[in-house]
Design a protein around this ligand. Structure first.
Ligand code: ADP
Ligand code: MG
Length: 188
């Protein structure tokens, strides 16, 4: 199966290959750099996340613009949204935040529910020690719950908090999330 996304073509067979495609509207040199950077970022974050004990696909091979990785059999979280699955997202996110990795694109499409819950799509991830960046990962996920799954948003968000709370900086991140939400509310 072949999935054409905005940035990459993902081929799913026995394993998964994710090839960053060229964007005509970018200058060729910049385009090369962006593709290479996102690809190596994704590979690096996946390796570090695995070392931190999070559930992520194993990297099999990293080329310039293409990443081969383990295939995770299952469905996107958005197809199987439940409090217990979301709690596991919180646990996994806490592990990667503890390792100073920010996911950067935490949606209910970028989580696969298999025997366990796996985080995927680290192309926009980055390293950071800032509380603000952690809060932004939570903010994005919470907004998607509220906009795409309103009937389950409240129970799922509570479960997320439970899962994320094992992490020693979690209280600080929750507090910062409140600030982020306030700022959003008072924006005209
Ligand atoms: N390791 C994987 N195992 C199974 N499916 C995957 C895997 N990686 C990606 N996919 C599937 O391909 C889709 C697109 O991959 P993703 O990494 O999210 O790229 P994009 O940047 O295009 O969103 C995912 O939503 C998922 O359905
Ligand atoms: Mg994706």
């Amino acid at each position: 199966m072949k999935l054409q996304g905005a940035e990459a073509v993902v081929n799913i067979g026995e394993e998964v290959s994710k090839e960053r495609v060229s964007k005509k509207y970018r200058h060729p040199d910049l385009d090369d750099r962006i593709r290479e950077q996102r690809n190596s970022r994704e590979a690096q974050s996946l390796r570090q996340a695995a070392r931190a004990g999070a559930n992520v696909p194993q990297v099999l091979e990293e080329k310039e613009y293409c990443l081969r990785m383990e295939k995770i059999d299952g469905n996107a979280l958005k197809e199987q949204l439940s409090a217990s699955n979301v709690e596991k997202v919180g646990k996994n996110l806490a592990k990667i935040h503890e390792a100073d990795i920010i996911h950067g694109d935490l949606t209910t499409s970028n989580v696969i529910v298999s025997d366990e819950v796996y985080l995927i799509d680290f192309g926009l991830s980055f390293r950071s020690e800032r509380i603000e960046d952690r809060a932004m990962d939570l903010h994005m996920f919470k907004q998607i719950l509220e906009s795409s799954h309103p009937e389950k948003a409240e129970s799922c968000w509570e479960a997320f908090i439970d899962g994320y709370s094992g992490y020693e900086e979690s209280e600080e991140v929750f507090e910062r999330l409140e600030d982020v939400e306030m700022r959003g509310r008072y924006k005209t």
